[in-house]
Design a protein around this ligand. Structure first.
Ligand SMILES: Nc1ncnc2c1ncn2[C@@H]1O[C@H](COP(=O)(O)OP(=O)(O)OP(=O)(O)O)[C@@H](O)[C@H]1O
Length: 577
């Protein structure tokens, strides 16, 4: 659309497939895959400790057996080389894991943003802007540590300890048994804590999302809150929300610390058991467990050096255990804003406009009921508008004027019937390029915080200074553009009068490629008669030679149109079961 409605992602619904409207497709965020390569690099790095430990143990053993100190030079060199290689592999694995995770997060975010952007503006169940902002930014960020740290570490914890256990087992089955006894306790505790952690993380994320949504909503309505002296009660509510968030954050942290403490305890117990066994074995007290023989100093040291490395992947995993809960909760939050809802017709692709000229509007058999509403807003409604015709759509409040404009623009699919623009049915395939030929002036027009110029161009490519100058002339805000220059306009048009806001919206419609159809929702509402007449003049000037459909209650505006269409009163419509 050339003016205010930006369409973004692909919706799988089609105007020709009404059943698809309510049960919109789940553009679901897929489960993230395992970062195999990063995990393989990290596993290789961990396993290099085995030859390093062997070199250390056997060098010390040789010296203890009377070999000269020079005999340690070669093993020391090997240890150094292996250390460098190990650090290099570990770094490469970690870097790769974070890079992959960021790429994956960008894809998930793009998917969710596209899904949110294709939610129909008529969908009352759309997530609030605050919730979407908090989910796409803070909550989604939690997915990265889960993908980059937790998943590779989980693979490492599954692969490395069994291999180390195998090496220990070769020298002493008792030491292997001690490790084996301590090891299973750790995953069991981690699983138990993990359930708690996930629930706590979900609670925390929900509270954070709710608080952000509340804050954004109240910031938007700050003037109203002040005017009605509701500042204190709003601040109290915000404080209560913040307190709840603090409590749930502390709960998550408590669980994170607890999981680390439990694991450290069992890892320390396992290492201590091995150390006690090896020590007493050397002292000749525990003369079993070494396959009928006696462990040499080198063998004993090797086993002792491997024991902490057996637990290391599990300890690392536990230190990032809360990443899993937070990451999964973040992914589910993204999934929630991605899935379901009523979608606009067609997708986000902005297409180059190939055809110019006014569009006809042909509606036949249109039936539409808002989700959650018992009454049909339209039942078997028909309307035909010629190219270049100017039509006022009138009805009492709640009569369906805005809904009709939205259906014409394909911002929701009808339950039944067809909308044709320029003879082409509005459907999934045609929606993007048809919308590129429509200009939409909503009620009220949304003004972004930014300069006048950026509010007119909306970042659309190919709109130059001369185009903006023509548009400001056409909309009669050239004087405003001259006065304000590059000065910022506040959010929601703060600093502009109601009439200026509308003229700015008209300039958006007038700039760039000439639209084939202009849809305008109550442009003169809340304006005094002089300003309303001026806005009407501007609108008609901009819409000259173009099809214009204006939803209005204003008889003066309606009288200036070629035709007035009265919508059927809601009472005349059939009540859908
Ligand atoms: N998103 C929505 N979800 C559910 N019902 C809706 C939604 N939007 C509008 N409605 C209902 O649909 C009916 C038509 O609303 P619509 O906004 O199209 O009327 P309108 O003629 O433009 O009203 P007004 O002149 O007051 O702006 C009303 O009964 C309204 O309550």
């Amino acid at each position: 659309m050339s003016a205010q409605v930006t369409t973004t992602a692909r919706a799988a619904t089609d105007a020709g497939d009404p059943s698809a409207r309510a049960a919109a497709p789940a553009t679901s965020t897929t489960r993230p895959g395992l970062p195999r390569f990063a995990a393989a690099l990290q596993i290789s790095a961990s396993l290099l400790w085995i030859p390093q430990a062997a070199a250390i143990a056997f060098a010390i053993g040789n010296i203890a057996d009377g070999a000269p100190a020079q005999a340690a030079i070669l093993p020391a060199f090997c240890i150094f080389l292996l250390g460098v290689l190990r650090a290099g592999l570990d770094r490469a694995g970690t870097t790769r894991a974070w890079d992959d995770a960021r790429v994956r997060l960008s894809a998930l975010r793009a998917n969710a943003a596209a899904a949110v952007a294709t939610r129909s503006p008529l969908d009352a169940s759309r997530p609030s802007s605050g919730l979407v902002a908090s989910t796409l930014t803070e909550q989604a960020d939690d997915i990265v540590p889960w993908l980059a740290r937790f998943l590779p570490l989980r693979t490492r914890a599954a692969v490395v300890p069994p291999i180390i256990l195998g090496f220990v087992f070769v020298f002493s089955w008792v030491a292997a048994l001690a490790l084996l006894m301590a090891a299973p306790v750790i995953p069991i505790f981690m699983a138990l804590i993990g359930w708690q952690a996930k629930a706590a993380s979900e609670r925390q994320l929900t509270r954070m999302g709710n608080m952000n949504a509340f804050l954004l909503d109240r910031l938007r309505g700050l003037a109203t809150i002040r005017a009605f002296d509701a500042v204190d009660s709003t601040a109290l509510r915000l404080r209560a929300n913040a307190e709840e968030l603090r409590t749930s954050t502390m709960a998550v942290l408590r669980i994170a610390f607890l999981s680390s403490a439990v694991l450290e305890l069992f890892a320390a117990l396992g290492v201590a058991l091995v150390a006690v066994y090896v020590g007493f074995h050397f002292l000749g007290e525990l003369n079993f467990g070494a396959w009928g023989g006696k462990l040499t100093l080198a063998q004993g040291l090797f086993v002792l050096l491997l024991a902490p490395a057996f637990f290391e992947p599990l300890r690392d995993l536990s230190s990032v255990w809360h990443d899993r809960a937070a990451g999964q909760a973040g992914l589910e939050a993204l999934d929630r804003i991605t899935r379901g809802g009523t979608k606009i017709v067609g997708g986000p692709e902005s297409t180059a406009v190939e055809v110019s000229g006014a569009l006809s509007v042909w509606i036949d058999g249109l039936t539409f009921r808002h989700a959650e509403s018992a009454n049909a807003t339209f039942s078997d409604f028909a309307l035909s508008i010629d190219p270049g015709e100017h039509v006022a759509v009138m009805a009492p409040s709640g009569g369906g004027k805005s809904t009709l404009l939205a259906l014409v623009a394909g911002l929701s699919s009808p339950d039944n019937g067809i909308v044709r623009l320029g003879g082409e049915p509005m459907n999934h395939a045609s929606a993007a390029h048809l919308r590129a030929r429509i200009a939409w002036l909503g009620q009220p027009p949304h003004i972004f915080s930014g300069t006048l110029r950026s509010n007119i161009t909306l970042g659309r490519p190919g709109i130059g200074t001369r185009d903006v100058a023509h548009a400001t002339e056409a909309a009669h805000i050239a004087h405003l553009a001259a006065q304000r220059g590059h000065a910022m306009i506040g959010e929601n048009g703060a600093g502009l009068s109601g009439g200026e806001t509308l003229r700015l919206a008209l300039a958006r419609a007038a700039v760039g490629i000439r639209p084939g159809l202009i849809l305008v929702d109550e442009p003169t509402a809340h304006l005094d008669s002089v300003t309303a007449t001026e806005i009407t003049d501007r609108l008609l000037a901009i819409a000259e030679g173009t099809t214009l459909v204006v939803a209005t209650h204003d008889p003066a505006l309606a009288a200036r149109m070629d035709r007035v269409v009265m919508l059927p009163a809601p009472a005349q419509l059939e009540v859908l079961a």
